[in-house]
Design a protein around this ligand. Structure first.
Ligand SMILES: *[C@@H]1O[C@H](CO)[C@@H](O)[C@H](O)[C@H]1NC(C)=O
Ligand SMILES: *[C@@H]1O[C@H](CO)[C@@H](O)[C@H](O)[C@H]1NC(C)=O
Ligand SMILES: *[C@@H]1O[C@H](CO)[C@@H](O)[C@H](O)[C@H]1NC(C)=O
Ligand SMILES: *[C@@H]1O[C@H](CO)[C@@H](O)[C@H](O)[C@H]1NC(C)=O
Ligand SMILES: *[C@@H]1O[C@H](CO)[C@@H](O)[C@H](O)[C@H]1NC(C)=O
Length: 368
């Protein structure tokens, strides 16, 4: 039961998560309104949190320690340039929106039970090797919007979510991910990664990875290898021109693919690329496709807006056409599931072809 919960909980978490990453806090929210967030560090010392002194004598002076949530320490948006020293009871630490540029070893030395650190929106350029690997319980590390140029080394082995988007990462040190077999989410979107950063072994070891976000980088090719358990793959806003034959063949769980804003054309897209049994959502908007690729009958959402599509043959693209066209009443199980279709921004003229509507009988919305 515990094993099951461990699997299902993060799945739900990943699924309800917005693509570009929203932060959620465990338990209750802080009681005070978010303080003023300076744009540049000021000369003033960090403001003391409002209200009486903390009930916890070990609460770092710069931070807020909610009395009813002893495992959480809030030091976010406080004009901090240095990381305070955290007591052992700290499990959840919020340090986002400050001006921190390094992570000293002593800050986390006694906080060996840390599960969650949010360092989003700081100025960290490098992470000392010895800081992270001791944090055996760390599950969530958020370092979005910092100045990192490479993926930090010595990541702790029980990490489940690693968010490094909006940095300047152009280097992935060899083997950094190899021991992270609990990692579920890896977010590297909006960095400076190119094709040379990826080889067959880059993601080796990520046996449980469900979401990989490489959107808004500088890729011209698909990464040579992506973890097989993956459920969601985001590659929007790159320069990808083609998808190798059978690229997705060995991904039994792949349900969401986003490839909006790339350079895909029919030539670079083997017709059966996306005819994948478990695919539910496919984004191919803002590419240069002239034909609709084959899809599987379980696909529910298809985005093909702003391509160069000129005509549609509903019969040709109809998955399971035998069932779809010839068996209107029975066997509802096998009717193609497509519910939402975007075709606007192409070279199509109304009306919507009748064979398209006859095939996809569950369509609720077509944007044409
Ligand atoms: C860590 O805990 C030990 C023992 O409680 C204490 O002596 C030491 O000062 C603490 N270290 C830091 C950096 O707070
Ligand atoms: C799509 O895949 C299914 C199952 O592998 C296969 O039966 C079907 O022929 C494929 N569709 C096309 C148009 O190739
Ligand atoms: C799209 O493809 C056509 C040829 O199929 C080419 O002439 C055109 O330049 C391409 N457009 C873009 C934006 O790549
Ligand atoms: C659509 O494709 C089917 C099957 O390939 C073909 O029989 C039919 O003539 C095509 N329809 C049009 C309008 O091109
Ligand atoms: C996408 O298509 C829509 C609908 O035709 C159009 O209004 C829009 O300008 C297009 N966007 C781009 C970036 O081409």
């Amino acid at each position: 039961m515990k094993g099951l919960a461990r699997l299902i909980f993060p799945l739900i978490l990943v699924l309800i998560c917005e693509v570009n990453g929203q932060r959620r806090k465990p338990g209750r929210k802080r009681a005070t309104p978010p303080p003023f967030e300076p744009v540049e560090p000021t000369e003033l010392p960090p403001p003391l949190p409002p209200g009486p002194p903390s009930v916890f004598p070990d609460c770092p002076r710069e931070c807020f320690c909610p009395p009813d949530f002893p495992s959480a320490i809030y030091c976010d948006s406080r004009n901090l340039r240095k990381v305070p020293i955290f007591p052992p009871r700290a499990h959840y630490i919020y340090l986002q929106n400050n001006f921190i540029d390094e992570l000293p070893e002593e800050s986390f030395k006694n906080a060996t039970e840390l599960r969650w650190i949010n360092l989003d929106n700081n100025r960290i350029a490098k992470v000392n090797k010895k800081v992270l690997d001791r944090l055996e319980s760390l599950m969530f590390l958020y370092m979005e919007k910092n100045h990192l140029r490479e993926v930090p080394n010595n990541l702790p082995p029980n990490l489940e979510q690693l968010r490094l988007s909006r940095n300047r990462i152009s280097k992935i040190p060899g083997g950094v991910f190899n021991n992270l077999n609990h990692l579920i989410l890896l977010d590297l979107h909006h960095n400076e990664l190119n094709d040379g950063n990826f080889n067959k072994n880059t993601f080796k070891g990520l046996k449980n990875l469900m979401q990989l976000n490489l959107a808004h980088n500088r890729l011209h090719k698909m990464p040579p290898s992506v973890p097989n358990a993956i459920h969601q793959l985001f590659l929007d806003e790159n320069q990808i021109e083609d998808i190798p034959n059978n690229y997705f063949k060995d991904f039994p769980n792949l349900a969401f693919i986003r490839l909006n804003y790339n350079k895909l054309s029919d030539k670079g897209l083997p017709k059966n690329s996306f005819n994948l049994t478990n695919l539910l959502v496919l984004h191919l908007a803002y590419n240069n496709l002239t034909n609709i690729p084959y899809i599987n009958s379980r696909l529910e959402h298809l985005y093909l807006n702003n391509n160069s599509i000129e005509k549609i043959n509903g019969t040709q693209i109809c998955p399971n056409s035998m069932v779809a066209f010839h068996d209107p009443s029975s066997d509802f199980e096998n009717v193609p599931r497509l519910r939402y279709l975007r075709l606007d921004g192409n070279h199509l003229k109304p009306p919507i072809p009748l064979d398209l509507m006859m095939c996809f009988r569950l369509l609720q919305s077509v944007v044409f």
